[in-house]
Design a protein around this ligand. Structure first.
Ligand code: SAH
Length: 367
C-alpha cells in the first residue's frame, strides 16, 4: 500500500471531527480552529503555509494527513455569467458544480452523489444511473474550489452567498457525508453562511427529513412536481415509498411552528403532464396551509427525453392560478442552458452506472 493511501483528508472532517482528530494524535484540540481558519478563511491547503502551527506539528501532519479537494477538470462560462465546473474525483468519475451570479447574490449549486439512484423521469442525472456517494471532502471541496476560482472578486459580484444542494444526486441518500459538509458551510470558521442561505433539496426522503432537522439548521426544499400521488409516483418513483401525505407531515414537522421559516417546493412544469389549471388548483389546496414558497421550474430538455417545456403562456396561467389561490410562487429563471448547466441538465462523467439498485437496497436496510 502506498503511503498516500493512508493519509487522512482533513476536508472530510467538520470542526468537531477535527478536534477529535487532533486529540487522537496527542495534540491540543484548538489546533482544529487554527487549521479551519487557514483552509476556509485564507484558502491555504499546504501545512507548510500554516505558520502558527509550529514546525514539528507541521511535519507530523505532512506524514499522516492531507488537505485535498477534488480537481477542476474544466470550467465553462455561460453568456449569462453562470459558471459550470467539472470536478474530477479519484477513479475517473466527475461531478458538476454550478455558480449562478445574480445582482446582490451568488448561488453555488453543489452535487452530493455521482449520478442519482432515484430515477425521476424528467431528470438527466437520474437517466444516467448511480455510481457512488461523494465523500464530505468531495462535497465541501466543491465549495472550496469554486470560492477559490472566483476568489479574485471575493467581495464583488462573484462571491458565494448561498449554497443549494441541488446538483447531481439526492443529498439525503448520502446523509452521513452531507451533514459534516453542511456544518462546514455554516460554521463561522468555515464558510459562515446563515441557515437560510444553505438549502438541502430532496425528492422527499421522509425519515431523513426528520433526521436533518436534528442534525443541522438549514433551509429545506422539496421537489414536488405533482399535487397528487398517482401522477407523482409516475414522475418521482420515490413517491411510492413516501406518498404526499407523509411528505407533507414531515414538512410540517420540519418547520415545527417556527414563524419565520418556510419550505420551498420545486415544481418542474412538463407540457401536458402536470401543468393544467386543475393541477394548479390542487396544488393550492395542498400547500395553502403550509408556510411555503412555490418555485416553478420550466423544464430543461436533455438528449433522449420525450418531455417538453410548458409554453410561456401556460406557465403564466399556472402561476396566476396559484397566486390567486394565495401561494407565493416564482418562476425560476433558466440559467446557463447554453453550457448545459441548467436544472436537470447536470450529467457529470462517470463509469459505473449499475449501482442504483444496490443503493436503494442499502437505504431500505437503513430504515
Ligand atoms: N435530488 C434532489 C436534488 C436535485 S435538485 C431533489 O430531487 O430535489 C434538482 C432540481 O431540479 C429538482 O427540483 C429537480 O426536480 C429539478 N429538475 C430535474 N431535472 C430537471 C429538468 N430537466 N428541468 C428542470 N428541472 C429539473
Amino acid at each position: 500500500m502506498s503511503a498516500e493511501a493512508t493519509l487522512i483528508n482533513l476536508l472530510d472532517l467538520d470542526q468537531e471531527g477535527l478536534r477529535d482528530f487532533f486529540a487522537s494524535i496527542g495534540e491540543k484540540p484548538y489546533r482544529a480552529e487554527q487549521v479551519l481558519r487557514w483552509v476556509y478563511h485564507h484558502q491555504v491547503l499546504d501545512f507548510e503555509g500554516m505558520t502558527d502551527l509550529g514546525k514539528a506539528l507541521r511535519q507530523k501532519l505532512e506524514h499522516i494527513a492531507e488537505i485535498r479537494p477534488p480537481r477542476i477538470v474544466s470550467e465553462r462560462i455561460s453568456k449569462d455569467g453562470t459558471v459550470k465546473w467539472l470536478m474530477g474525483l479519484p477513479g475517473g468519475n466527475a461531478v458538476e458544480t454550478v455558480f449562478i451570479p445574480e445582482p446582490g447574490r451568488g448561488t453555488l449549486c453543489v452535487s452530493s452523489q455521482v449520478g442519482c439512484a432515484l430515477n425521476c423521469t424528467f431528470c438527466s442525472t437520474g437517466a444516467q444511473g448511480f455510481a457512488r456517494n461523494l465523500t464530505t471532502s468531495e462535497i465541501i471541496g466543491q465549495v472550496w474550489l469554486a470560492a477559490h476560482a472566483l476568489g479574485h472578486e471575493r467581495n464583488g459580484e462573484r462571491r458565494i452567498t448561498n449554497v443549494v444542494m441541488m446538483g447531481m444526486g439526492e443529498p439525503l441518500l448520502n446523509f452521513e457525508q452531507v451533514i459534516p459538509a453542511l456544518r462546514l458551510m455554516r460554521a463561522d470558521l468555515g464558510f459562515g453562511l446563515a441557515a437560510r442561505r444553505v438549502t438541502v433539496s430532496t425528492a422527499g426522503l421522509v425519515p431523513r427529513i426528520r433526521d436533518l432537522k436534528e442534525a443541522e439548521d438549514v433551509a429545506l426544499a422539496v421537489s414536488l412536481h405533482a399535487p397528487g400521488d398517482e401522477l407523482r409516483t409516475e414522475i418521482v418513483p420515490l413517491n411510492r415509498k413516501y406518498p404526499i401525505a407523509e411528505l407533507m407531515d414531515a414538512c410540517r414537522d420540519y418547520l415545527g411552528g417556527q414563524k419565520k421559516r418556510s419550505i420551498t417546493f420545486e415544481y418542474t412544469l412538463l407540457d401536458g403532464v402536470n401543468d393544467s389549471d386543475q393541477h394548479a388548483r390542487e396544488l393550492v389546496k395542498l400547500l395553502r396551509r403550509l408556510p411555503s414558497k412555490l418555485n416553478l421550474i420550466p423544464f430543461n430538455p436533455f438528449p433522449g427525453t420525450s418531455y417538453r417545456c410548458s409554453p410561456p403562456k401556460r406557465i403564466e396561467a399556472f402561476q396566476n392560478i396559484v397566486r390567486e389561490g394565495g401561494l407565493i410562487a416564482t418562476v425560476r429563471k433558466t440559467r446557463g442552458d447554453d453550457i448545459d448547466a441548467a436544472c436537470g441538465q447536470l450529467a457529470g462523467d462517470f463509469r459505473d452506472r449499475t449501482r442504483r439498485r444496490e443503493m436503494l437496497r442499502l437505504e431500505r436496510q437503513d430504515n
